[in-house]
Design a protein around this ligand. Structure first.
Ligand code: ADP
Ligand code: MG
Length: 620
């Protein structure tokens, strides 16, 4: 039998390719704008007629093309952007497939005018449905202009399939937003049917967002900034109260390319958990910079979906950075310590000594006053009221004084305490090093003073937060110290439980577990994370399995996070546990060295503050 396979003629192949690349006028807009950006244009003009059905034109002042390049640019797989397969793994340009112009030219009437800066004259080419109609030498400004007319003229089905002008224009505007937001240092103008819709000068990112979405946006933006070895984040999230019913203000850019990522979107949503009503969506404008070797852009012809090597880590860092920004924005005015946000990476505390937060002691704060006034509501009130400022200043009452202090007759308190305070301060008024700064309440709370009043920390939740961030760090940087068990530990699980353990086995190993065997309904453990007692292991793993079964419907989803949470929950100091002064202080310091000290891993407050104002109110 005769052979029947034939190569498709180029114009047919181009039309097929066009089906993938060009779905609607907005796709043409995207491809042309991206070509101009790749050509290093500093100013780009977009001219559209009838929502792109009649005309899409992009004019740039980029590097232009030589005569040969101008002609070659319409060939399929003709690109100046990559040379070999290796280049695919470190892309710094928008395009690289070399099929956009070929595809567009296969299904429309295209006019190209282009000139390189160093050339006197430029080139004009006209193509209709892949056929070159004319090519001329012309006088034209440096840069490139591409006009695309009568899109889908030769594919009526496609043309009829286009939506109303309103809808198509909205798609075009979306593409324009994406490109414009990704490149604030490039000026853009956008005309539709002769009227100017956008005129965006070269500007910074914040200005660009405000220009695109309106002046009111400015006050709504909360900056997000993070720099780790694997991921840099910069950009903004919208304040929670301005979240929207639509998802129209959600933008991820990875290495300056707009991408869609439900997974990373989930990370943002998780960061906003508890702050936004159901059915509302946070706004975000986030630029992520990763090593281009760690992503694969070439999984979809429109290049809006990409694959990351290590999504889990990105998820954790993204979520944590946003929470941190939101936390700062909510909490920062209340607290008086400088928040440490200088970490290179949230999970690289390795070799780092925890920064001791500056907890300022309010010398005017007396934690026992409330008791006194409370038990003697009518006595000597005026003594406190007459000279409040003096007695607030220069007064520090340490814990040791508690019993003496309360026994003093009320009338003598102001005087007594001033005398007393001398013994706690050296001549310069500096506190003596050995003074206590914390005490434990009901074996449950740690109380400390801060400049604006008083800080009450929930010891269990605080410790969970500290452990949680520690585990997350170990899991993401993939190193942890483990302690060898003298005798390996054998534990039994159901097949289902084993399946779950298997899924998170490698993450568990990064926290310090060493598994010798996981099979036949049992696991054998030969090493555990430092600080974990042998007797706790089965409790931790059972807790973990039940957390995973109950909390994550789709397997594997942010298992890292769950693991860290679950282990933190199992291992944290419990309420009712007595803590020495050193332990208390260590806990406070470690908490405030955390990325998100204000919330427990399950999003409950780790501490509350009682302001001097609140205290003063109680005395009224
Ligand atoms: P790709 O962008 O994937 O390389 P295109 O079909 O979009 O493929 O473009 C083909 C080639 O034409 C590009 O690689 C580039 O060299 C050239 N080109 C396209 N548009 C422009 C432009 N606006 N300015 C300069 N060169 C351009
Ligand atoms: Mg291109």
């Amino acid at each position: 039998m005769a052979d029947i396979i034939q190569l498709l003629p180029d114009h047919v192949a181009n039309q097929i390719a066009a089906g993938e690349v060009v779905q609607r006028p907005a796709s043409v807009v995207k491809e042309l704008l991206e070509n101009s950006i790749d050509a290093d244009a500093k100013d780009i003009k977009l001219i559209v007629k009838d929502a792109g059905k009649t005309l899409v034109q992009v004019i740039d002042n980029g590097k232009g093309m030589s005569v040969t390049d101008a002609r070659l640019s319409f060939e399929r797989h003709a690109t100046s952007k990559i040379r070999n397969a290796e280049d695919l793994f470190q892309l710094n340009t928008k395009g690289f497939r070399g099929e956009a112009l070929a595809s567009i030219a296969a299904i429309s009437h295209v006019e190209l005018k282009t000139k390189k800066v160093e050339d006197e004259l430029g080139t004009a080419i006209e193509i209709e449905g892949s056929k070159v109609m004319s090519q001329e030498v012309v006088v034209t400004p440096s840069g490139t202009s591409v006009s695309v007319k009568n899109l889908f003229f030769n594919i009526p089905a496609r043309r009829n399939f286009l939506k109303s002008d309103t809808v198509e224009l909205r798609h075009i505007t979306d593409e324009f937003h994406r490109v414009a937001l990704a490149h604030p240092s490039i000026g853009f103008t956008f005309y539709h049917n002769g009227s100017e819709l956008f005129n965006l000068p070269q500007e910074n990112y914040r200005q660009r967002i405000v220009h695109v979405f309106g002046t009111k946006t400015n006050e709504r933006l909360v900056p997000v900034e993070e720099s780790t070895e694997v991921l840099k984040i910069n950009g903004f999230v919208g304040k929670p109260e301005f979240s929207k019913k639509s998802k129209s203000e959600q933008f991820f850019f990875v290495n300056n390319r707009f991408i869609k990522s439900p997974y990373l979107n989930h990370a943002v949503k998780a960061a906003f958990e508890g702050l936004i009503k159901d059915g509302y969506h946070p706004s975000y404008f986030l630029n992520l910079t990763v090593d281009s070797k760690t992503i694969d852009i070439n999984i979809h012809p429109t290049k809006t979906e990409i694959k990351f090597d290590d999504e889990h880590t990105l998820y954790a860092i993204l979520r944590s950075s946003i929470k941190h920004s939101l936390g700062q924005f909510n909490i920062a005015p209340v607290l008086d310590f400088d928040h440490q946000n200088q970490f290179n990476t949230p999970y690289s505390y390795k070799d780092k000594i925890a920064n001791t937060p500056k907890v300022e002691v309010d010398r005017g704060f007396n934690p026992f006053r409330e008791d006194i006034s409370g038990s003697n509501p009518n006595t000597q009130k005026s003594t406190f009221k007459t000279k409040p400022s003096e007695s607030w200043e220069g007064l520090y009452v340490g814990l040791e004084s508690k019993s003496n202090f309360i026994e003093q007759p009320i009338g003598e308190i102001a005087l007594e305490s001033e005398t007393k305070s001398k013994s706690f301060f050296d001549d310069n008024g500096q506190s003596i090093e050995t003074r206590k700064t914390t005490f434990q309440l009901q074996h449950k709370y740690i109380v400390s003073t801060i400049k604006s009043g008083m800080l009450i920390i929930d010891q269990n939740r605080a410790h969970q937060r500290i452990l949680y961030e520690g585990f997350l760090k170990h899991i993401t940087i993939k190193e942890a110290t483990s302690q060898q068990l003298l005798f390996p530990l054998e534990l039994h699980f159901s097949p289902n439980e084993l399946e779950i353990l298997n899924q998170i086995k490698s993450d568990l190993e990064h926290t310090g577990f060493v598994f010798k065997d996981v099979s036949n309904n049992r696991i054998i453990i030969s090493g555990v994370p430092v600080g974990v007692a042998e007797s706790e292991v089965s409790i931790i793993l059972e807790q973990l399995i039940s957390d995973i079964e109950n909390e994550v419907p789709d397997t594997n989803f942010s298992a890292t996070d769950l693991l860290a949470k679950s282990m933190a929950k199992s291992l944290a100091i419990k309420n009712g546990q007595n803590l020495s002064n050193t332990e208390q202080e260590h806990l406070v310091n470690s908490l405030f060295a955390c990325k998100e000290p204000n919330l427990s891993p399950t999003n409950r407050p780790t501490f509350i503050t009682l302001g001097v104002d609140d205290i003063e109110k109680k005395f009224k």
